[in-house]
Design a protein around this ligand. Structure first.
Ligand code: SF4
Ligand code: SF4
Length: 469
């Protein structure tokens, strides 16, 4: 109990967040210029600085904020966009979160937990379409325990299909105990995601009335059990729309800073889902704290400036146009072609809304998204090299913070995208994709690295696969 209290005081200080938000004023032009100058140093922003940026409304300042976020995004991540797909393993849940299609009281939800054979079927489908990174998603249910997760991770990694395989498995599930994280570690997962949904305790308790998820402290302290168990890629998130986004954004960034200062490793990713309608779930259609498109852009841009080296994830909750805008402002990873119902890839049924967690806003298949990314000047990437080379946690951050990780990211993006073009792309995507590869090869700064990347691309052309730096 003592650790819960001390963590709560250090990670999320509700009074300090409220005071900071109340005290902050829209910065005048001199102060705003100072804030943008600091943001450009890419060393992050503190709570009060974020609160000031939250308050800006002047169109010229908003424009400058977006411009600076785009500049930082470009400088650190270039044009690369990492792609993944969620694999919903189970929508069985003892929780009754008021906003979720899987909530216990939704008796119209078709419940299902995939068997190992069904997971293999879904994974084969995903491999067949070019995916390399998966996120396993579980409802909170006693049967979705750590033993089950370990088995599923092995099932995914052991599934080979037509020369392809999944190379990184991440998990989005309930917070585990330290002992369970210790059990999970050898399975070789990438990131473990637990979203706090809202950091505002009173709202959290209202939204999560029953089940293990009703315990705010157990959830907010998850990383204090996860990191010591050796899983150092941690994924944070807020479900925007449950409580005032301004407050939740400050809390989310406080949580990120807490991890950085406590463990020397900030979150690997921050996700920014926005509440979307869900089948037979009235609250999801009427968000208690609806976030406008303008405010959502602010959330993405401010997060980019506050934690420049943290990957930012946007899912298919958002419509294509918003996804394009957010990629420019700071998003580094997106899901694409996603099904958000168990079994939804192999049994693709456009009317399966009664098994989905929410209504997706972007239903385009992966290849269409890949074409669109190329058309917008981006370089799609399925890179999984860091995790497989042991560059995680502190090792990863020691490369990421000085910007050195870029020397790996760009060549690896080119190699994994090339694999996609050779094995899975439509002729149109292949055509535009090859142009994207040529352009980005030219942008590799050192000649030796460019030559080595060309040599490895040639090995892919010759039939070799899974080539990376
Ligand atoms: Fe269950 Fe998670 Fe949905 Fe809550 S949000 S009802 S815990 S699946
Ligand atoms: Fe991510 Fe590492 Fe690949 Fe860069 S090299 S895209 S940081 S896995």
């Amino acid at each position: 109990m003592a650790s819960v209290i001390s963590v709560k005081q250090k990670a999320i200080d509700e009074e300090a967040i409220s005071s900071s938000l109340a005290a902050a004023a829209q910065p005048d032009s001199v102060r705003f210029a100072d804030l943008m100058a600091k943001a450009r140093e890419a060393a992050g922003l503190d709570r009060d600085e974020v609160a000031e940026l939250i308050k800006i409304t002047a169109p010229a300042q908003l424009e400058e904020l977006f411009h600076t976020a785009a500049e930082i995004k470009q400088r650190i991540y270039g044009n690369r966009v990492v792609l993944f797909a969620p694999l919903y393993v189970s929508n069985e849940c003892v929780g009754n979160c008021l906003y979720c299609g899987f909530r216990r009281d939704n008796d119209l939800c078709q419940r299902r937990t995939l068997s190992a054979e069904e997971i293999v079927g879904e994974v084969r489908w995903l491999i067949d379409h070019g995916y390399k990174r998966l996120l396993l998603v579980y409802g909170e249910h006693p049967k979705n325990n750590v033993d089950r997760m370990v088995e599923d991770v092995h099932t995914v990694y052991n599934t080979r299909h037509d020369g392809g395989e999944i190379r990184r498995v991440n998990i989005n599930a309930a917070p585990l105990s330290h002992e369970d994280f210790v059990k999970l570690k050898p399975a070789g997962i990438g990131t473990y995601q637990v979203f706090q949904e809202t950091y505002h305790r009173e709202t959290f308790e209202y939204m999560h009335p029953v089940g293990p998820k009703a315990n705010y402290d157990w959830r907010v302290t998850v990383w204090d059990r996860c990191f010591p168990a050796g899983i150092d890629d941690m994924g944070l998130g807020v479900l925007f729309g449950l409580y005032d986004w301004r407050w939740d954004l400050l809390a989310l960034l406080d949580h990120a800073r807490y991890l950085d200062s406590t463990y020397g490793v900030g979150p690997h990713t921050i996700s920014v889902p926005r509440l979307e309608p869900a089948y037979n779930t009235p609250l999801a259609s009427n968000p208690p704290a609806r976030v406008s498109d303008d405010d959502f852009r602010k959330i993405v841009a401010i997060t980019r400036l506050a934690v420049p080296y943290t990957g930012m994830i946007l899912t298919t909750r958002e419509v294509p146009e918003m996804r394009r805008e957010c990629l420019r402002l700071g998003i580094t990873q997106i899901s694409a072609g996603s099904s958000v119902a168990p079994g939804g890839y192999t049994e693709r049924n456009p009317n399966d809304e009664d098994a989905r967690q929410f209504e997706p806003g972007d239903r385009r298949p992966l290849d269409e998204v890949m074409y669109d990314l190329c058309d917008q000047g981006y370089l799609p990437s399925f890179c999984t090299a860091c995790y497989r080379s042991g560059r995680t946690g502190r090792d990863f951050m020691s490369l990421a913070k000085p910007g050195e990780i870029q020397h790996f990211c760009l060549p690896n993006a080119l190699l994994t995208f090339k694999e996609y073009l050779l094995d899975y792309a439509s002729p149109e995507t292949r055509r535009i994709g090859e142009q994207v590869i040529c352009r980005h090869l030219d942008s590799i700064e050192t000649q030796a690295l460019r030559r080595e990347t060309e040599a490895r691309l040639a090995r892919l052309d010759a039939g070799e696969r899974d080539v990376y730096f």
